[in-house]
Ligand binder design. Structure first.
Ligand code: AMP
Length: 425
């Protein structure tokens, strides 16, 4: 199988790494890829992994590249090209695509659309008002009371949501958005549940949790995600089945009923509230950094399952298989992330971290002559696995400690509470 992977972040590095482990995959072209993918060794004889620089906003260029090397499967990593409709021309060119059409990607591209789908499919979620004027927003904000949840309707690269008890801050965020959702505050632990779907059949992955705030103890600003772990030792029994039955399958069925079937990865961000499971958001692609924790645990060959989804054959595929044990991912971010991430800082210690048994996925790196340097906010995602969460955690942090980047930041409490509960089990 020849696979085209679109994207350049830590998620795509993890996808390429996992695809390479599949004996069916003989060629992977990452577009544009990143310096970590570029040096990824083949996982078996005859396999090739290359990066090709391409502007992913140029859909014709991407289709031409896929045709040029005879891609059997295209996997679109990030949300922006999906919401922009990249999957459509690839499908029209006869290529199997793992990733939703432009219409189905609206489940992430518009929070109002997602709420409408959920309402029709009776999926449990927070009550919300869709507002288009500051007056409407103020009225909704006062109707709910603090803490206020204010969401930009459209894609905002992780910066669209403000949760605050400061009424002025809530109003200010609402004023900066064209269309805004004011939502009921949902308390309780958050769970990310990913499902692979061909538009009809839903194959859930195991649950994961990510850490959105920059600093330990969930302090500091929201980020793209500072770490993740899987599975969740504290998750209630039956959670995956319940979410499949009440959330994932109804949404997949509703999108098919609307004539816009969803093929790809449906990501449910959930809050386990005292009143039961509620959907916080949907994403139309693999989450970052949960993917960097999940894929190293997946025993099912990734290329084969994504191809089965892309060709509508998931029903015959059977459930996913997972390695026992746990995985922990710690994100190393550059100085001044997220406000003004510094670029060009030297990165060292990666060989040592990998020799210590960790997988080091590149997220924001660049090659400068002989050096590897920072090139983005989140620089690396360091994953380690172990028989249990405390062991995986210890290994991930031992590897992070070997990596040197001037002024870099990482959280020291990824999976800490869960590891304690894992010990108690
Ligand atoms: P989202 O981009 O929708 O995932 O939101 C980012 C983060 O904001 C989530 O991971 C939650 O921590 C928080 N959040 C979003 N919606 C709510 C809500 N209704 N109640 C409480 N927290 C929320």
């Amino acid at each position: 199988m020849k696979v085209l992977v679109i994207g350049s972040g830590g998620r795509e590095h993890a996808l390429v790494w996992a695809l390479a482990q599949d004996p069916e995959v003989e060629e992977i072209v990452a577009a544009p890829g990143n310096p970590g993918i570029a040096v990824l060794p083949p996982a078996h004889d005859g396999q090739t992994i290359v990066c090709r620089s391409v502007d992913i906003a140029d859909h014709d260029g991407v289709v031409a590249l896929a045709k040029e090397f005879g891609a059997d499967l295209a996997v679109v990593g990030p949300e922006a090209p999906l919401v922009a409709g990249l999957a459509d021309p690839l499908r029209e060119a006869g290529i199997a695509v793992f990733g939703p059409s432009k219409d189905a990607a609206q489940i992430e591209g518009s929070k109002a659309f997602a709420k409408d789908v959920m309402a029709t499919a009776s999926v449990p979620t927070g009550r919300a008002y869709v507002c288009t004027t500051p007056e409407q927003a103020a009225e909704a904000i006062d109707a709910f009371g603090p803490p206020y949840v204010v969401k930009d309707d459209g894609l905002a690269a992780g910066k669209g949501v403000v949760v605050t008890s400061d009424r002025d801050e809530a109003l200010q965020h609402a004023a900066g958005c064209e269309q805004v959702l004011i939502e009921e505050y949902l308390d309780g632990p958050e769970v990310s549940l990913f499902a692979i779907t061909d538009g009809t059949t839903v194959l859930p992955m195991q649950p994961a949790q990510d850490f959105k705030r920059l600093k330990d103890g969930d302090e500091g600003p929201n980020t793209g995600g500072m770490g993740a772990y899987t599975p969740l030792p504290w998750a209630p029994e039956g959670l995956v089945d319940e979410v499949c039955e009440r959330v994932l399958q109804p949404v997949v069925d509703e999108l098919r009923r609307r004539g816009t079937p969803f093929t790809g990865l449906l990501y449910a961000g959930l809050a386990l509230t005292s009143r039961g499971v509620r959907v916080i958001e949907f994403n139309c692609r693999f989450g970052d950094p949960e993917t960097q924790a999940l894929l190293p645990m997946l025993q099912t060959p990734l290329g084969s399952v994504l191809y089965a989804a892309a060709t509508g054959k998931l029903e015959e595929f059977g459930p996913l298989h997972w390695q026992p044990g746990s995985a922990v991912t710690v994100v190393v971010a550059s100085k001044k992330y997220p406000s003004n991430p510094r670029k060009g800082d030297l990165i060292t210690g990666l060989d040592e971290a990998q020799a210590a048994g960790a997988l080091v996925f590149h997220a924001g790196t660049a090659v400068d002559g002989e050096d590897l340097v920072t090139a983005g906010g989140r620089v690396l995602a360091v994953t380690a696995t172990g028989d249990d969460l405390p062991t995986a955690r210890e290994r991930a942090y031992a590897a992070v400690d070997l990596i040197r980047i001037k002024g870099s930041q990482h959280r020291t409490d990824i999976a800490l509470n869960a590891a304690r509960s894992d010990l108690a089990v």
